[in-house]
Design a protein. Structure first.
Length: 326
């Protein structure tokens, strides 16, 4: 994703205060990933996101999915686990059942091979006074992979005595106590959510610019909202990256767009459409690094102040000049 696309996607969610809280929490903590946390009796939850937004677990997952859908977050596979098909709990007991009588009273045994004489038997037959001793040749086996190796797993049923190599796996839910088979089990993916790198870079740069502009304007007596919201003459509510007011005589709006390449005409038309519907005296378009020539002509035609620059310092200097604050 390039920076301009990231900028456009960011603007889709910045009007949502809760989404902004989550984004700012990630930026403040210098984190790019939200991992699920397993809690006994509750299952997997996104604790960091819940704390940042104040949402309940279900609404937190919905928010993360919504941000994934618009490309702000990218979900990646974290785990796959079995869930109860009735209550959805991941807290389960797993049973290795006897294929003959169905009993869960089975024992798991290892098969060991003496790598010198080639004798293979159950591990318990090799155990002698806390050591592994080959019952065939009498050698003490010490070094795994040199003296001996484990060559397989074997099971024995304590109920019927049957020996087998493949058990029948079943589950019991510890929450609702339902017993179910592998075929009935839910086997679902668990996801982590990562902040897109381009989105993070654009969000940090935008926040830095807006913070500097806010500091400048407040030092000149302006009341500043960032982001700012205003109801237009049409009745539609508009969002700007920054709204500044000085008494009853002066009020203006600022939008910031960032790209790797010269910005297109539509960034000018987007701010003008909102500006035209409001009573603001001026509108400023901050364009990093700069706009195309056609966009520049449109800005002049629509009386939108252009503030261009390659970085925050250039933007701040050019804003002072354009706003008459130099």
């Amino acid at each position: 994703m390039n920076k301009f696309e990231a900028c456009i996607r960011l603007r889709r969610i910045l009007g949502d205060e809760i989404a902004r809280r989550l984004l700012n929490s990630l930026l403040d903590s210098n984190k790019t990933r939200i991992d699920p946390v397993f809690l006994p009796k509750e299952g997997f939850r996104y604790i960091e996101a819940e704390e940042a937004t104040g949402l309940n677990p279900a609404d937190t997952v919905k928010l993360l999915e919504d941000l994934n859908a618009v490309g702000i977050l990218r979900k990646t596979l974290y785990d796959r686990t079995v869930f109860c098909p009735d209550c959805g709990s991941p807290e389960l007991s797993i049973h290795f059942n006897c294929p003959s009588c169905g009993s869960m009273d089975t024992a798991k045994l290892s098969l060991i091979e003496d790598m010198v004489c080639g004798y293979i038997d159950k591990e318990e037959r090799f155990r002698s006074d806390g050591k592994l001793v080959c019952p065939h040749c009498g050698r003490v086996l010490v070094r795994p992979g040199i003296d001996f190796r484990r060559v397989g797993i074997w099971y024995v049923c304590n109920s019927c005595g049957n020996e087998f190599d493949v058990p029948v796996i079943t589950y019991t839910c510890r929450s609702c106590h339902k017993e179910f088979s592998m075929e009935e089990a839910r086997y679902d993916a668990i996801y982590a959510y990562e902040l897109d790198e381009a989105v993070r870079d654009v969000a940090l740069a935008t926040r830095s610019i807006l913070s500097s502009l806010t500091g400048l304007l407040r030092s000149r007596g302006f009341l500043v909202e960032s982001p700012g919201f205003v109801n237009g003459r049409s009745g539609q509510k508009h969002m700007f990256d920054l709204i500044a007011k000085l008494g009853d005589s002066k009020a203006f709006a600022v939008d910031v767009f960032i790209s790797d390449n010269p910005l297109p005409e539509r960034v000018v038309t987007s701010i003008f459409a909102k500006f035209y519907d409001t009573t603001f005296t001026d509108a400023f378009l901050v364009a990093i690094p700069h706009v195309r020539e056609e966009a520049r002509r449109l800005a002049n035609l629509y009386r939108v102040h252009l503030v261009e620059g390659k970085n925050r310092d250039e933007v701040l200097r050019n804003f002072r000049i354009e706003a008459g604050m130099a």
